[in-house]
Write a protein of this length. Structure first.
Length: 395
């Protein structure tokens, strides 16, 4: 089949600037390049960092880049906004990207157009193509109270969701829905596995081999529960050996900027600052080396996290996990490798209790570690890509 992929219009593909969605696109494009299943054109925003990327030499995948950031493009975007603001569903920068993609799509004959986490694109796409339109939903982007939800839902030939939780959101539009299927995200389990040599050691971070190291990874914002985790650390001041490694920044990409929330976290942590290390942004390819240093992972999302890959990564590294019963997280783990907590008024206290229990029980940690590695096998990137293309074939 001849397939077009439209991205979110924010980050480039290949995922040279990070981004969970962009990495997942890379995985199935890599699989397509290997097996030559389909002729795929990916419409991505332009980025100098993609120049000479190995993926661009694929004979099965073709990259169509759209300039949205040059001085000329910025002028064109503003003009586009002035002339089309009454027609905009998304931010005008995203709408400009979509408009430029549509100009090329109109000249092509695609069998399927996949909209990556932007179902609203369909309101315009459906008018310029006879191709089947498929949504790949990574977040709560389509549910009953979404603007124009019924029209968007009806425009889709098929919908792929990353978890049954997101599928249930779609079904608020149509309880009798039959066009939606869940395909779980995958990761590179070979990359996220323990190795003999690492680019970084505990010593580099000022952590001793006797310390009990917890790791939190992900974007640093209120939704991820990192504030509750720091409060739990304060409750554990009687065990100075417990240390916390906070990996991530406020947004994707290599930014050294800190927002007010990060500053507030560091202020709250002043009394235990010698026990918390904020790494800031860490390039994705270096993440396994950092995770390998930890004894456990704590990912206490307080929002309905759809299907965070940070959980899959920690699991593949063989880490026991403390996390929450929110969104799609319970679909990623089992009670053999994870402690699942309710998000309620006792979350901070229960985090502290769970951390204390795992700190004190090395045998339990060992059993959970083995269970994490075993369960992670269901979420490798090849399985994800295979199931993704099998789903598309049946729409």
């Amino acid at each position: 089949m001849k397939i077009a992929i439209l991205t979110s219009g924010i980050l480039p593909v290949p995922a040279v600037r990070g981004g969970a969605v962009e990495n997942l696109i890379d995985f199935y494009l890599e699989y397509n390049d290997k097996h030559h299943l389909h002729d795929i054109t990916i419409y991505s925003i332009a980025d100098q960092a993609t120049a000479n990327h190995p993926a661009l030499y694929s004979t099965a995948n073709h990259y169509h880049y759209i300039d949205v950031s040059s001085p000329i493009a910025k002028v064109k975007k503003r003009l586009f906004h002035i002339l089309n603001r009454h027609k905009e569903y998304y931010h005008y920068t995203i709408e400009y990207y979509l408009n430029q993609a549509i100009k090329d799509i109109h000249r092509q004959s695609y069998d399927i157009i996949i909209l990556e986490n932007r179902p609203g694109y369909a309101l315009k796409i459906k008018n310029v193509t006879k191709a089947k339109i498929v949504y790949h939903l990574h977040n709560e982007k389509l549910l009953a109270h979404t603007s124009e939800s019924k029209d968007i839902y009806d425009a889709a030939s098929g919908i792929i969701t990353v978890s049954d939780y997101i599928k249930s959101c779609v079904q608020t539009i149509n309880p009798n829905d039959t066009k939606t299927v869940t395909i779980y995200n995958g990761i590179d389990t070979k990359k996220f596995s323990r190795k003999e040599k690492s680019i970084i050691s505990r010593k580099h971070l000022g952590i001793s081999s006797e310390d009990f190291l917890m790791v939190f990874s992900g974007r640093i914002n209120k939704d991820k529960g990192v504030e509750e985790l720091i409060r739990a650390m304060i409750l554990l001041q009687d065990i100075p050996q417990i240390k916390l490694l906070v990996i991530g920044s406020t947004f994707f990409g290599n930014s050294s900027n800190e927002d007010d929330f990060v500053h507030s976290l560091k202020t709250k942590a002043e009394s235990i600052q010698e026990r918390i290390i904020f790494t800031g942004f860490v390039p994705y390819e270096k993440m396994p080396d950092y995770l390998q240093l930890a004894d456990i992972a704590v990912i206490p999302s307080i929002w309905n996290d759809p299907f965070p890959t940070t959980v899959l990564e920690a699991q593949a590294m063989g880490l026991p996990i403390i996390t929450t019963k929110r969104g799609g997280i319970p679909e990623e783990v089992t009670n053999k490798n994870a402690v699942l907590l309710s998000v309620d008024e006792r979350l901070t206290e229960n985090l502290a209790i769970s951390i204390r229990n795992l700190y004190a029980d090395s045998m339990k940690r060992s059993i959970m570690s083995a269970a994490s590695i075993e369960h992670s096998k269901a979420f490798d990137k090849e399985t994800y890509a295979k199931h993704f293309f099998e789903a598309i074939k049946h729409f």
